[in-house]
Ligand binder design. Structure first.
Ligand SMILES: Cc1cc2nc3c(=O)[nH]c(=O)nc-3n(C[C@H](O)[C@H](O)[C@H](O)COP(=O)(O)OP(=O)(O)OC[C@H]3O[C@@H](n4cnc5c(N)ncnc54)[C@H](O)[C@@H]3O)c2cc1C
Length: 414
């Protein structure tokens, strides 16, 4: 979007209160702000470090089919809707920013190493077929023909050509740039409290950690795993979101002898989920643990050991690779593993949170759904099952100790 003459792109276009204030600049808050601004809404965003959050850790699998779980068929529809939008979304974001997102349509191979894993994978295949999804059962030999570096013991697998990947760090960076170019005003500070009008009938903005009052027509709470912690939000509308820790490793693949892996490879090894996501840049992401430990983001010897042990069983050659990064992040989990999108019972307060293990996948559809909700006041049909109101008037906010002070919350590489 071109800026008016003599107005740098970062300058607020107006001094009046914005139409929309987004609390949280992870990928979900950013895509909401970008899409809202593109629809002509004057938009601001408050986060001390926009572009940070779980996307700095996430693997970036766009895995609607291989991430299917029993009882999550409603979520599947939203996941598929977002996966379908990805090519156009990625192209639009690249055009708006000139940045490469590492979007790679490489497909996924889910494999089994023993009889139990094979039975588990056969069940997943049957569920996928009942849901009308495309996946193909392969013998162990066929799996190794596709991915020659797989262990000889692989007993079979599922080829899913529609599950792709993107680099979430690049996605987050591009969304920050896209927001800036669309005129979104950034307040690089914590929101300390929701502003609620006299009588408590309406959200009016936020008070920041430095005491500044930021007023807005509507507030979108997109604080990831911290969404249930914003002071001033009436208990009846506090999102029941909890942190689910995930540890991830990054290794570097040599480029000289062709790629180590051509596509994402994943498995359940002795009940633990493990995946290897090869990027075109040479980065190999190995993940992820799933731990209910509150706000803890410590990388542990046990976590690293288990990931390397399981990944090594799948692809023995990985032990030769340099280990370049170990890191833990927090998925924003919700009671039914699905996001909370749209208006709440408090006038002027909307939610875009609870994306749990699919936030990267759900970024395009979330942007569209939230822009629709902000411009019309209604959720589009595809998002109606994800209304925050499904949890009733007083959702159970998980009992957890307080998170660390904001300055300690950024997840540091170890
Ligand atoms: C290990 C791991 C692997 C993952 N792998 C995948 C994957 O392969 N595919 C996939 O689709 N998804 C994956 N995910 C999930 C995905 O990363 C998340 O669902 C998504 O990033 C959540 O984004 P968010 O913007 O909602 O929250 P966050 O990324 O947590 O961002 C929230 C932001 O809000 C800010 N904030 C919070 N409270 C306030 C406040 N009071 N004031 C101001 N700012 C505030 C924070 O600073 C932060 O920047 C993974 C996650 C993890 C941890």
């Amino acid at each position: 979007m071109s800026s008016p003459p003599h107005t740098p792109p970062h300058t607020p276009r107006t001094s009046r209160a914005p139409d929309v204030l987004v609390v949280g600049g992870g990928i979900i808050g950013l895509v909401t702000a970008w899409r809202a601004a593109r629809r002509g809404l004057v938009t601001a965003l408050v986060d001390p470090e926009p572009g940070g959050g779980a996307a700095q850790v996430a693997a970036g699998m766009l895995a609607a089919v291989t991430e299917l779980h029993y009882g999550e068929e409603t979520l599947l529809a939203l996941n598929l809707a977002s996966a379908r939008r990805y090519p156009e979304f990625a192209a639009e974001l690249t055009e708006a920013t000139g940045q490469d997102l590492g979007y790679r349509r490489c497909g996924t191979l889910a494999v089994a190493l023993d009889a139990d894993d094979r039975a588990h994978l056969r069940e997943l295949h049957a569920l996928q077929q009942r849901c009308g999804l495309e996946s193909e059962w392969l013998s162990g030999r066929e799996c190794r023909r596709l991915e020659p570096m797989l262990a000889p013991g692989v007993r079979g697998g599922l080829r899913v050509d529609g599950d792709h990947q993107i680099d979430p760090r690049r996605l987050a960076r591009a969304l920050v740039t896209a927001c800036e170019r669309a005129g979104v005003v950034f307040h690089r500070v914590w929101a300390a409290r929701l502003g609620v009008g006299r009588g408590g009938e309406r959200a009016t903005g936020v008070v920041t950690a430095d005491g500044t009052v930021l007023e807005a027509g509507r507030v979108v709470l997109a604080g990831g795993s911290l969404s249930g912690r914003l002071a001033g939000v009436p208990e009846a509308v506090l999102p029941p979101v909890r942190p689910v820790k995930g540890q991830v490793l990054r290794l570097t693949m040599p480029g000289a002898h062709g790629p180590l892996l051509n596509r994402t490879v994943r498995a359940v090894v002795r009940g633990n989920h493990v995946y290897l996501v090869p990027r075109e840049s040479g980065e190999l992401v190995v993940g992820a643990t799933s731990e209910e430990l509150g706000w803890d983001t410590t990388v542990t010897a046990g976590g690293v050991y288990e990931l390397l042990r399981d990944a090594h069983e799948l692809v023995p050659g990985i032990t030769e690779l340099p280990l370049t990064e170990t890191r833990a992040g927090l998925r924003p989990g919700s009671p039914d593993n699905a996001p909370l999108l749209g208006p709440t019972a408090l006038d002027g307060l909307l939610l875009a949170t609870g994306h749990y293990r699919n936030g990267v996948l759900l970024t395009p559809v979330t942007g569209d759904v939230m822009a629709h909700a902000l411009t019309t006041g209604e959720l589009p049909d595809e998002a109606r099952p994800f209304t925050p109101r499904r949890f009733g008037a007083a959702p159970a906010v998980p009992e957890l100790p307080d998170p660390p002070a904001p300055s300690d919350l950024s997840e540091q590489p170890v």
